[in-house]
Write a protein that binds this ligand. Structure first.
Ligand code: NAP
Length: 462
């Protein structure tokens, strides 16, 4: 029986979109078409592939109004934020700009006697399994370099953002990428895993939860398929005593609350030097109280519903457990009348928290943050590293030397100083511990979707 994949809108609980999942044979046929189409795509000149990929992204920009409206329906993001086009365009432009250099051969010798070099080959078919929280940004991180490098791409998007996959396919096809070179497929988990286990792909990029990443790794076991696993986070901010307080509050609270806290590198815990603690907390509370929770289509709404009632439930449970264990909630319910006990969830700041509470140790992925005072760098480091995750950490100080010394001891993929929650396309996006492995963006992002091939040609006998 055909299984329907549904997107239930958090705006009002309606089934906003549904599509039939491909059966196993149909899915295998899609992979076969991708494999057949890839060599001709790879044979096109790099400049041509870049031009077609950029034309695809331009076509996506042309759908902006539709995309923004669909994002609000699918995952509740307020329309005032205008989609993800800034980041999508920035990353595409940057990856296109560095492609020739990143993919260039490494020449060891080119002489009358020898030609010795390493070239980068496309891996063949790249499989992208994307999450709903930034459905365009997370997907283009791999799709753009994969296509530019000469791979075919099969995209399986999240059920919550079913239509994002369709829009991406529509856009790339409109831009001139052949239909079989970029395919969007609707799959259930079992078929997704079966395709991976059948060694269908040269590289699988999975962005999502730790449990999902583990399932993908298990599916790939024994196939030697390369995987990039970009998983969850519990990212800390550390505000040192010399920080610019207003700036730190503004960026860290935005990092905690933007997208209703549903950012992989959102700020989920903040450690503040004890000398600034009360001031920081007071300003953070004022910052959060200025948010407006409500329908994402209303222009004044700055905080929409969470993408799914079940995500809000997790956050509500974490907050309730923490409060029962002695945490103090500083945001009052009356300031957020739109909280309906379901997907519309008021933001929260908790103090009197510690790491025995799930809200300080497990990913919340919602508009809640715990704030703790610290005496100095050693205590902050111990707390920041006391986490199963390792995505980013955000340091606030006016002393770069001190930031370097702390940063080198933090167990995360990225360390920021005086900024947070931003993916710089020139810098590898990566994580450690339960955040997974691999790297996207930057020249290293091209390495993930290509494999080295060595050539050792001898031209003379002696
Ligand atoms: P998720 O539930 O793991 O889903 C991610 C994607 O994987 C979806 O397309 C999902 O399909 C699919 N999937 C999940 N489990 C699967 C399985 N066992 N077999 C096959 N496919 C499977 O994650 P999410 O809730 O969408 O995203 C939120 C999580 O992603 C958070 O933990 C967040 O931190 C993380 N994230 C990390 C990064 C990063 O760069 N490190 C970036 C963004 C998000 P369905 O939707 O159909 O279930």
């Amino acid at each position: 029986m055909t299984r329907m994949i549904q997107c239930v809108s958090p705006v009002d609980g309606r089934v906003y979109a549904e599509r039939p999942a491909l059966g196993r044979d149909e899915a295998m046929a899609a992979v076969a078409r991708a494999k057949a189409a890839q060599p001709a795509w790879a044979a096109r000149p790099l400049d041509e592939r870049i031009a077609l990929v950029k034309a695809g992204v331009a076509a996506l920009n042309g759908m902006k109004d539709r995309v923004v409206e669909e994002l609000a329906w699918q995952m509740g993001r307020p329309t005032r934020y205008g989609g993800e086009f800034g980041g999508v365009n920035e990353r595409t432009e940057y990856m296109a700009k560095i492609a020739a250099e990143a993919l260039a051969p490494m020449i060891a010798e080119e002489s009358d006697r020898f030609e010795r070099r390493i070239e980068r080959q496309p891996v063949g078919v790249v499989f992208v399994v994307a999450p709903w929280n930034y459905p365009y940004l997370t997907a283009v991180n791999t799709i753009v370099p994969a296509l530019i490098a000469g791979n075919a791409v099969v995209l399986k998007h999240a059920s919550q953002t079913l239509l994002a996959g369709e829009r991406l396919a529509e856009a790339f096809h409109a831009g001139g990428v052949p239909a079989d070179v970029f395919q969007n497929v609707v799959l259930d988990h079992a078929t997704t895993e079966a395709l991976i286990a059948a060694r269908s792909f040269g590289f699988v990029n999975f962005t999502g939860s730790v449990a999902g990443g583990q399932a993908i790794e298990r599916a790939a076991a024994g196939t030697f398929t390369a995987t990039g696993l970009e998983l969850g986070g519990k990212d800390p901010g550390y505000v040192m005593e010399d920080a610019d307080l207003d700036w730190a509050v503004d960026v860290l609270m935005d990092g905690a609350m933007y997208n209703a806290g549903q950012c992989c590198c959102g700020i989920e815990r903040i450690y503040v030097h004890q000398s600034l603690f009360d001031d920081f907390v007071g300003k953070a509370v004022a910052w959060v109280n200025a948010l407006k929770l409500g329908n994402p289509f209303e222009p004044e709404t700055s905080l929409g519903p969470m993408a799914n009632v079940r995500f809000a439930r997790t956050v509500r449970e974490q907050v309730a457990e923490a409060v029962a264990a002695g945490a103090k909630p500083l945001i009052e319910r009356q300031n957020f009348p739109a909280d309906d006990g379901g997907a519309y969830l008021m933001p929260q700041i908790l103090v009197n928290v510690d790491h025995s509470m799930r809200v300080m140790s497990e990913e919340s992925f919602g508009p809640v943050v715990g704030i703790m005072p610290v005496k100095g760098d050693d205590e902050a480091l111990r707390l920041m590293n006391d986490s199963p995750y390792g995505l980013t950490a955000s340091l606030w100080t006016q002393d770069p030397d001190r930031a370097w010394s702390v940063a080198r001891r933090i167990e995360t993929g990225t360390v920021f100083m005086n900024r947070a929650d931003y993916l710089d396309p020139a810098i590898c996006w990566t994580g450690c511990k339960d955040t997974g492995r691999g790297g996207s963006l930057s020249a290293l992002g091209f390495h993930a979707v290509t494999r080295p091939r060595s050539y050792h040609f001898r031209k003379v006998k002696a």
